[in-house]
Every structure is written in C-alpha cells, then in structure tokens.
Design a binder for this molecule. Structure first.
Ligand code: PGA
Length: 251
C-alpha cells in the first residue's frame, strides 16, 4: 500500500515584521533538511516574504490568501497566478481570522478555492466551529466549500479541521482534546464519504489545526490519524517547529 503523505503547514500570520527575522527562521529550518517524499513542509509567510521561501529548496511555499481573479483593478490584492509564478504550491483559504476581520463568507471562500484549482495551487481549506459542539457550522462550511467540489479535484485539496476555540489566540495554547479532535475528524470524513464515496472520501487529506506544538502533535497525527497539521504560533519558533517536524518524520 502506498504511504500516505503527511503535511506540516506553517501559518506565520502577520509575523515576523522584518526580513532579517523571517530569513533567520527559514535558515534554521533549511539547515535541518526537513521534508521528504512522504512529508511536505510548507511555509506560508506574509506576502512580502513569499520570495524568501523560494530560496530554500526543501521547503514548499504557500500563501496565506489570494484574490479570486487572476489580474485587474483590485487594489491591494494578490492573485493565484502571481503566487504560482513565484513558485508557490499551496494557499490557505477560509481561515477563521479572514472570516472574522475581512468578512470572508463561504461564497468568497468557494471562489478562492476555484481560483487555486484553476492555477494549479492546492487550497488548504480551514473548516471549524466558533464554539465547541457546533457540528452544524462545520456541516455548513463543508457543504458550501468542499462538498461541491468536482470529484476529480478532491485529490487536489487539503481540508483542515481547525476548531476556532482551540486556536492559540483564543485558547491560550490549549489544543482540542483528542476526543474533540477525533469527533471533528470523523464528522468531516463521514460527510466526505457520503458525498464522494468510500474510496475518495477516505483518501481525502484532513489536517488538524489549533494550538499544535511538539507535545501534542503526535496525538493528532500518530494516534488519531490526521494527515498532518496546520501550525500557527509554534511555527514562528524555529526550534519548536523543527521538533514538530521531527516527531512527524519518525511517525
Ligand atoms: P495556532 O494557530 O497554532 O497559533 O493555534 C493556528 C492557526 O490559526 O492556523
């Protein structure tokens, strides 16, 4: 049986503020030769630092957002076509912070997913409820942006179960418990299998996000069977991020 590839995706958010700091983190990661055929290490920095990641061949480049059109009069926006030409492979779409501060709706998220697919970029689609036990919110987001994707495109997307209440900014670093995370994973899998069938539904990539660190990452990937993790604040601390990657490499 083919080995299931794992993904560790760093979401730097609006950090760090200087090129020197960004380079410093990347150099530390690059020295460790992270990433392999079975493990993809993706760095999603703020747009002004995207080009920096392309200087490190063992790190894959992702953007934190794109606009849904390829070009035109859209002041302040960056397109999927630009990210692709710069060497990008991934784009985070539908993050709860963009839903909150930029008012992104499910319809906008859906347009952005289509723009990613059109440009050969893998959308990393964040799905998660604001409060604990709100399955309906997860179902609604899944229906609006994932379950309507063409069957043959399912292999080209990554879904992240990221309960908003477990993101470190809200939870002070307390991740979802294994039980809560597993419930989210099983619910998303059930929707995928129901919509796309057993084989495709089971092979779709589902990651966990929310206060991931080197102490809990094994629970999510090694024990619960997530296909990887989306890492926010811990990805800005080079040593901690390297530890996370090493734990998953051994898994
Ligand atoms: P966190 O962020 O790891 O700091 O909780 C995750 C995210 O918001 O993507």
């Amino acid at each position: 049986m083919a080995i299931r590839k794992k993904y560790i995706i760093a979401n730097w958010k609006m950090n760090p503020v200087s090129i020197a700091e960004a380079k410093n983190i990347l150099e530390k990661l690059a020295n460790q030769h992270l990433g392999s055929d079975s493990l993809e290490v993706v760095i999603c920095p703020p747009h002004p630092f995207l080009y920096l990641v392309t200087e490190f061949p063992n790190l894959r480049l992702g953007a934190q957002d794109i606009f849904w059109e390829d070009r035109g009069a859209y002041t302040g926006e960056v397109s999927g076509s630009m990210v692709k030409r710069l060497g990008g492979s991934y784009v985070i779409v539908g993050h709860s912070e963009r839903r909150k501060y930029q008012g992104e709706t499910d319809a906008i998220v859906s347009l952005k997913i289509q723009a990613c697919l059109k440009n050969g970029l893998i959308p990393v689609i964040c799905i998660g409820e604001k409060e604990r036990d709100q399955e309906d919110e997860v179902r609604k987001q899944m229906e609006a942006s994932v379950l309507n994707i063409k069957k043959n495109k399912l292999k080209n997307i990554i879904i992240v179960y990221e309960p908003v209440w477990a993101i470190s900014t809200y939870s002070r670093g307390v991740a979802a418990s294994p039980d809560d995370a597993l419930a989210g994973l099983l619910f998303i899998r059930k929707l995928l299998v129901k919509t796309f069938g057993q084989n495709l539904g089971k092979s779709a990539k589902v990651l966990y996000g929310g206060s991931v660190n080197s102490k809990n990452v094994f629970d999510f990937v090694g024990k619960l069977g997530f296909d990887g993790v989306l890492v926010g604040s811990a990805s800005l601390r080079a040593k901690e991020f390297i530890d996370i990657v090493k734990i998953i490499s051994k898994d």
